[in-house]
Design a protein around this ligand. Structure first.
Ligand SMILES: Cc1cc2nc3c(=O)[nH]c(=O)nc-3n(C[C@H](O)[C@H](O)[C@H](O)COP(=O)(O)OP(=O)(O)OC[C@H]3O[C@@H](n4cnc5c(N)ncnc54)[C@H](O)[C@@H]3O)c2cc1C
Length: 326
């Protein structure tokens, strides 16, 4: 099928196209965060036919309240920045498939991206920008009660727990930051820490200790989250003597870090010790024609501006590959 390009930005509205299974795209980008959207703009401005497949537009930006370190904005919210990125991408005639999950990639002269719904899309090159997701506990009740008292983002959801009793799992920086946010408004906050000490920065620990409505259970882990319509209690287990305690709470915030979304490529591409896709300085992975950028890649320092810059680099590398191979 012929792919007609209009590479210039339009002066009005959105120009996106649906993705088609019978088109061989020059580049398919998987993901919809800052890395993906920057890559999309660079690919479109280079005049290569581009498809973008994502579960959502925004990625982690949608979980970020205040941003003060993205150049050009002294202050902007994550939702506002995500909306500006989306608007910039959608002024091009890029093919977009939103709300869909890619589950595997097949490598060859053409690369195939297979989706959860069984559909498949082909391209000469791929850019993987699937970012990171909150690490889950993997205990009974967690999946069933997510959004019903089980939460992962205090910045997003803390206000829903004003006047309530909550648990925060994790004694690192994100756990203690969340515990502080919650202690300001909740009736009581219990921190469950796996280790014998909190591992957050001293400044955060000092700020946390100023609140009197908090408890820390050291060397404990969550065994089960209980509730029918909403979280009602959490079963915690001592790692020293195995004793079990049931704590009545209305909410539990799981703050044990983020994991790279690499299930789609884990058997295809080289990953580092953290499960991130190993890339070189041009965003090349271990497979020719497959590039990766942003938080999912081995590039250090997970920040919006870095993900965006890496997305630009991956796009330029992919465009160069297309030119060389065609
Ligand atoms: C609470 C919080 C606050 C933060 N605050 C800041 C800050 O103030 N400043 C800063 O610079 N950075 C901040 N960050 C970090 C920043 O948000 C990330 O570094 C950045 O979003 C990474 O962009 P990315 O495009 O690589 O990945 P992500 O933003 O993780 O986007 C990944 C995208 O891929 C999609 N996806 C994943 N798997 C699939 C699949 N299988 N199929 C299809 N699509 C898929 C997702 O839906 C998503 O759209 C913060 C992060 C968090 C969580």
């Amino acid at each position: 099928m012929e792919f007609k390009l209009n590479i210039g930005p339009s002066d009005s509205g959105e120009r996106v196209l649906p993705m088609a299974e019978d088109v061989l795209y020059d580049v398919i980008i998987v993901g919809g965060g800052p890395a993906a959207q920057t890559a999309a703009v660079y690919c479109m401005r280079k005049g290569v036919s581009t498809g973008l497949i994502t579960m959502d537009f925004g990625g982690q930006l949608s979980d970020t309240s205040d941003i003060e370190n993205y150049m050009g904005y002294r202050y902007i919210t994550g939702v506002e920045l995500a909306s500006k990125f989306r608007e910039q991408v959608r002024q091009f005639e890029i093919a977009v498939l939103e709300g869909k999950k890619a589950v595997s990639i097949e490598d060859g002269r053409e690369k195939t991206v297979r989706l959860e719904d069984g559909s498949a899309f082909k391209a000469r090159t791929l850019i993987v920008t699937t970012g990171k997701s909150w690490r889950r506990l993997g205990v009974p009740g967690e999946t069933e009660l997510t959004g019903k008292g089980v939460a992962y983002c205090a910045i997003c959801d803390a206000p829903l727990f004003a006047g309530k009793r909550v648990i925060v799992v994790g004694g690192g920086n994100s756990g203690i930051e969340s515990a502080i946010d919650l202690a300001k408004i909740a009736e009581h906050v219990t921190v469950i820490q796996f280790l014998a000490d909190l591992t957050a920065d001293k400044i955060l620990i000092d700020a946390f200790k100023a609140y009197t409505n908090t408890t820390v259970l050291y060397e404990h882990e969550v065994a089960e989250i209980k509730g029918v319509q909403q979280v009602e209690s959490v079963i915690v287990k001592s790692r020293t003597d195995g004793s079990v305690t049931e704590i009545k709470v209305q909410g539990i915030f799981i703050e044990i870090g983020l994991v790279p979304n690499t299930s789609m490529v884990k058997d295809l591409l080289d990953l580092n010790e953290f499960g991130e896709i190993n890339v070189d300085c041009a965003c090349r992975t271990s497979r020719p024609g497959i590039f990766a950028a942003g938080d999912v890649s081995s590039v250090p320092f997970k920040q919006i501006i870095i993900a965006a810059g890496e997305g630009a680099k991956a796009a330029l590398s992919a465009c160069e590959y297309v030119l060389r191979e065609s």
